[in-house]
Design a protein around this ligand. Structure first.
Ligand code: SF4
Ligand code: SF4
Length: 69
């Protein structure tokens, strides 16, 4: 299973911005919960959804480490 960002649904107002920026289609808008993760989609860990969310509902709980070899 892919690693996805964590969504705090109590902070989500359903604006849909995260859905529009997610190129792999890993997020969808539904009624309840407001935003759901598509488990079969591939998350490329771009963190765009976290950056665009105006309410801070999305948290990418992974750390990107650059290999300076
Ligand atoms: S981190 Fe990127 S690919 Fe993953 S769910 Fe968010 S927008 Fe989509
Ligand atoms: S961008 Fe944030 S507030 Fe808007 S639908 Fe996505 S999780 Fe909810």
């Amino acid at each position: 299973m892919a690693i996805f960002p964590e969504i705090d649904l109590s902070k989500c107002d359903g604006c849909g911005l995260c859905v529009t920026v997610c190129e792999p289609g890993g997020l969808i808008l539904v009624d309840d919960p407001i935003v759901a993760i598509v488990e079969t989609a591939i998350c490329d860990w771009c963190a765009d959804c976290e950056a665009v969310c105006p309410t801070g509902a999305i948290r990418c709980a992974y750390e990107i480490v650059f290999d300076n070899v």
